[in-house]
Write a protein that binds this ligand. Structure first.
Ligand code: CIZ
Ligand code: SF4
Length: 320
């Protein structure tokens, strides 16, 4: 506790000294989210992180999250220095969608509009026509479908299936998954719901279809926080990374939050829903990045950056 306090004070001082701002994702450690709040940084989903980083007046962005979020920040703000607590924090969706194989998939279907989830490498974004985050994916696919476009979607198959169901669009799909959300289990969720019949179930659409089917609200992280606020239920069962409870409790004080069960047995595995890569972000690593940027800075090759910026800006303009 005292040690944490030291880190917080030193980081606050370094942020000022280095003209830097902390941009954190909802899935990071609550200690990091609180620090971002206290220092006028940002705590949000990947769409808002991208916007905030782009518009920040500071010269340096410390992106606490996973690599694609740092890359997105760099793509939109090449003149800024983008640092991450660790460059090792990746994402199973990014890992499962290597550019060579994805590019070959796109090449095999040249008549398709390529729509990729933000959880991808800069190179995959550069191959895409559109980038989307989960908070705006439905609207963008609906828009493209209404224009009669054929859509190739990647990499999250659960989010893809959910979008297909909601919009009626048919999409060619890459078969990726998030290792965190893929672990929510329907039978154990049913058991928990039986135990608390008054509870509402909130689900991120990276979860399997049988979990989404049980939801009272389906949405991106920011949409789920909103749902926690507006649903009348006092008790809420939440199927997404548990990092989100920090902001949910803030947004809906007095409500009771339960983690949706993972791993098939709600009794023994109640707190497994945490992304191992998000968990690599810590105070010590943030201090390190601010002290010596060596090994913490994000670089994106300029040719890739310019290409990746187009579909990213298409999303941001659409969202505006
Ligand atoms: O699961 C993730 O990595 C999410 C929800 C990213 C985002 O869009 O905020
Ligand atoms: Fe990727 Fe899943 Fe971690 Fe999000 S929670 S960064 S989608 S592995």
């Amino acid at each position: 506790e005292a040690e944490q306090c030291d880190y917080r004070e030193r980081i606050k001082r370094l942020l000022k000294e280095k003209n830097a701002v902390l941009v954190a994702h909802y899935y990071t450690d609550p200690v990091i989210q609180a620090l971002a709040e206290e220092t006028n940084g940002c705590v949000s989903d990947s769409l808002e992180m991208a916007r905030f980083g782009r518009d920040a007046k500071e010269q340096t962005l410390i992106v606490a999250g996973v690599k694609f979020m740092g890359e997105t920040a760099k793509i939109l703000s090449p003149e800024k220095t983008v640092l991450m607590p660790t460059l090792e924090a990746t994402c199973s969706l990014d890992l499962g969608c290597p550019i060579d194989r994805f590019s070959a998939f796109c090449d095999a279907h040249p008549e398709h509009t390529v729509v990729v989830y933000a959880n991808t490498s800069a190179a995959v974004k550069a191959r895409a026509d559109w980038v989307v985050t989960s908070s705006i994916a439905l609207e963008i696919v609906e828009h493209l479908d209404s224009q009669g476009k054929k859509i190739l979607w990647g990499p999250d198959r659960h989010l893809g299936a959910y979008i297909e169901k909601q919009t009626g669009a048919e999409m060619l799909m890459w078969q990726g998954a998030c290792i965190v959300h893929d672990e929510f289990k329907a039978r154990a969720l049913q058991a928990l719901k039986q135990q608390y019949p008054d509870a509402a179930i909130l689900v991120h659409p990276e979860s399997p279809a049988n979990i989404v089917a049980m939801a009272d609200a389906v949405g991106s992280t920011s949409q789920l926080i909103k749902a926690a606020q507006t649903l009348p239920n006092k008790r809420l069962i939440v199927a997404t990374d548990k990092g989100i409870f920090y902001k949910m409790q803030q947004a809906a004080p007095g409500k009771i939050f339960l983690e949706a069960p993972t791993g098939g047995n709600g009794a023994t595995c109640r707190s497994c829903a945490h992304c191992p890569w998000m968990a690599m972000n810590g105070l010590q690593a943030i201090e390190q990045a601010l002290t010596d940027s060596n090994g913490h800075e994000i670089f994106v090759d300029e040719g890739t950056r310019v290409k990746a910026m187009l579909p990213l800006n298409r999303m941001l303009d659409f969202a505006a």
